[in-house]
Design a protein around this ligand. Structure first.
Ligand SMILES: Cc1cc2nc3c(=O)[nH]c(=O)nc-3n(C[C@H](O)[C@H](O)[C@H](O)COP(=O)(O)O)c2cc1C
Length: 217
């Protein structure tokens, strides 16, 4: 299958068949995709929380009450729910953890390369750390790269998905004790298989025309 066929076939699933579960080996592939998602200066400032049973999904569904109730059934009926979390900051300990991992993974043929990587990462973190809003926005950009990777990957594996910003982040952060882990929720993804009555499966895709989004210079 062409990659563009996957991009056109995948769609935001609005109604999931609660009887259909994603096979563990496919979940394993999605986990690996997330782990290998790229991020600026290899910062990987994310954490993913996965719920695959009713109890876990019910905890996440608490954040889809009130104004976000349009997403509640998706959370409850999908096979798996992923909460994409962002680190709240990038501190000295974390910079050292990243560097040590890269060292262990054989990225540095010598001390100079190691130092170069450390300096480069500190430069970008420093640029974005000039305000709290700046570092959070930069971290969240990295988390959205993982989201894009997951959505295309799920499409490739024939798994349906619904990405959701429509949830109460304060409720979810409280329910999952994210603050104490130096994390906050950014986006939630429901994964599973469409219900036969999902209206959105038959709705044509809509995108701006090519000439509105590309220019050649
Ligand atoms: C970051 C993000 C947040 C979204 N939040 C929601 C949501 O809360 N509920 C929902 O039903 N769809 C949500 N969507 C789905 C978008 O509306 C959908 O991706 C867009 O209309 C394009 O349609 P397609 O995914 O079917 O190609 C979200 C999509 C993205 C990428």
């Amino acid at each position: 299958m062409k990659i563009t066929d996957v991009a056109k076939a995948r769609y935001t699933t609005k109604s999931f068949d609660s009887t259909l579960k994603i096979a563990p080996e496919l979940i394993e592939q999605l986990r690996e995709l997330l782990r290998y998602a790229p991020s600026s200066v290899n910062s990987q400032p994310w954490h993913f929380i996965i719920a695959n049973d009713d109890a876990g999904k019910a905890r996440i569904a608490k954040a889809t009450s009130g104004s976000f109730s349009f997403n509640e059934a998706k959370v409850k009926n999908a096979s798996h729910i992923l909460v994409f979390c962002a680190r709240k900051n990038i501190d000295e300990d974390y910079l050292e953890t990243l560097l040590a991992q890269e060292q262990q993974d054989g990225r540095f043929p010598n001390d100079q390369t190691r130092q170069g990587q450390d300096n480069g990462r500190r430069f970008f973190v420093g640029l974005n750390r000039q305000s709290d809003a700046g570092i959070s926005a930069w971290i969240e950009k990295q988390v959205y790269l993982a989201l894009g990777t997951l959505l295309l990957g799920a499409g490739t594996l024939g798994i349906d998905a619904c990405p959701m910003e429509g949830f109460d982040a304060a409720i979810l952060d409280g329910e999952l004790n994210l603050s104490s882990k130096n994390l906050c929720s950014v986006v939630v993804v429901a994964l599973g298989y469409r219900a036969s009555e999902d209206f959105n499966a038959k709705t044509p895709k809509s995108r701006l025309p090519e000439n509105a989004i590309f220019s050649e210079i």
